[in-house]
Design a binder for this molecule. Structure first.
Ligand code: NAI
Length: 386
């Protein structure tokens, strides 16, 4: 089949198998070039197939030499429809990991469900013994709990509506967007999906079954960002879920002190991923930030972030955190000179000067690459097995 990108709103509904492999290969090559790094040897990645989870898995394997078990929720191909990018990424990652002599297995099931956890625990018992590190990198639109209730996560401000400049990705115009505030129920549901409850269930389950090594570490990913996006992010529904994630880290540390478990939140950089491109207003900030960070040669993608997290922040013996015990890989994004310049451009940007101030091409390159499109060395006119 000849596979072309089919864009619907902020998502692409097709994925190119060879392009997804290329995406994984480039990340592996980056990590290999940086050289090996001391780190965990047996890693469970929950949300392992795209974005930050995939990059962490690649870093763990090809940087630290770890065996990995992944959990993802991805769509397989049918005769007429391509698989989702995470599915192709994972097939290719496993192939590369196996060829390099590593254990790499992925369970493609809903991570929120008890049955999935049971299956993962059984697989660890059988194949890995004990785990050194659990990365929690889920970005999910909904969660079904064991009693069959469905909770939806929304990206909305609290209490009052939020109006700001926004980049219309379809017309390429700078307009204003207004996001209505969340209802109390929407807030509750978002925290249920993206908060720490499920992370805690995973860790409690692993510890109960004695599947974590002494002094094992678990890290969940979070975001803070600039004050500009606080209403829709940090102080919005997702921010409240992330605050609960942080509280979960604290309570995991307290409750499991005797096992030596260390739970951390890592605050990562704003990057175009399937999860983040869905947030209104935010893409314009991303495109302005990308340009500023590229000009200052500070720009990073998921793999550069994962590499720096493992090498610089998890360090030899001491984990590097801020005063609130959070790992900050968003340190470069939040540097005062980067923020000042991004905000200056935010105030000036309009439809006519968009290309001048924002990295429009960089944004779209990242977007297309996520789905396996836009790589120069792939012939997209050729038939490909989906
Ligand atoms: P992503 O959309 O690229 O990846 C999400 C992963 O979760 C995929 O592997 C997907 O298969 C998996 N997943 C979703 N629902 C699932 C389910 N029910 N069961 C099993 N697996 C499921 O997202 P991204 O951006 O990498 O986000 C990962 C984490 O990083 C999130 O917590 C996000 O808030 C955080 N983060 C993202 C930033 C960004 O700018 N993209 C910045 C800082 C933090």
């Amino acid at each position: 089949m000849i596979v072309e990108p089919r864009i619907k709103g902020f998502i692409c509904t097709t994925a190119h198998p060879l392009g997804c492999s290329e995406n994984v290969d480039r990340q592996i090559a980056y990590v290999k070039e940086k050289g090996s790094c001391r780190g965990p040897k047996k890693v469970l990645v929950i949300g392992s197939s795209t974005g930050y989870g995939l990059a962490s898995r690649i870093m763990a394997t090809f940087g630290c030499g770890a065996d990995t078990l992944g959990v993802m929720y991805e769509r397989e191909a049918t005769e007429k429809r391509t698989a989702s990018p995470g599915w192709y990424n994972t097939i290719h990652f496993e192939k590369k990991a196996h060829a390099a002599g590593f254990y790499a297995k992925t369970i493609n099931k809903d991570a929120f469900l008890k049955e999935t956890k049971k299956e993962v625990f059984a697989e660890i018992e059988q194949s890995l013994g004990k785990i050194d590190m659990v990365i929690y990198s889920l970005a999910a639109p909904r969660r079904t709990t064991s009693d069959g209730q469905v909770f939806q996560s929304v990206l909305k401000p609290l209490n009052e509506k939020f109006t700001e400049k926004s980049w219309n990705l379809t017309t390429n115009e700078i307009t204003e967007a207004t996001i209505e505030p969340a209802t109390p129920q929407e807030l509750l549901e978002t925290v249920k999906v993206m908060g720490g409850e499920d992370w805690q269930d995973w860790i409690d389950g692993l510890l109960e079954r004695k599947l974590l090594n002494e002094n094992a570490m678990t890290i969940a990913y979070s975001y803070i960002g600039p004050e500009l996006t606080y209403p829709v992010y940090y102080n919005g529904t997702i921010g409240m879920a992330k605050k609960q994630l942080q509280e979960t880290a604290e309570s995991l540390n307290k409750r499991h002190e005797t096992s030596g478990l260390q739970a951390y939140i890592s605050v990562n950089k704003a990057l175009v991923t399937q999860a983040s491109s869905a947030i209104p207003i935010v893409p314009l900030y991303f495109a302005l930030l990308y340009k500023v960070m590229k000009e200052k040669t500070l720009h990073e993608g998921c793999i550069e972030q994962a590499e720096r997290l493992f090498r610089e922040k998890l360090g030899e013996n001491q984990v590097v955190t801020d005063e609130e015990r959070r790992i900050r890989v968003d340190d470069l994004e939040m540097r005062p000179d980067v923020q000042e310049e991004t905000m200056r451009r935010w105030n000036l940007v309009n439809t006519d000067n968009l290309e001048e101030y924002a990295d429009v091409k960089g944004y779209w390159d990242d977007f297309y690459h996520m789905f396996g499109f836009g790589f120069d060395n792939i012939n997209y006119e050729e038939d490909v097995e989906i």
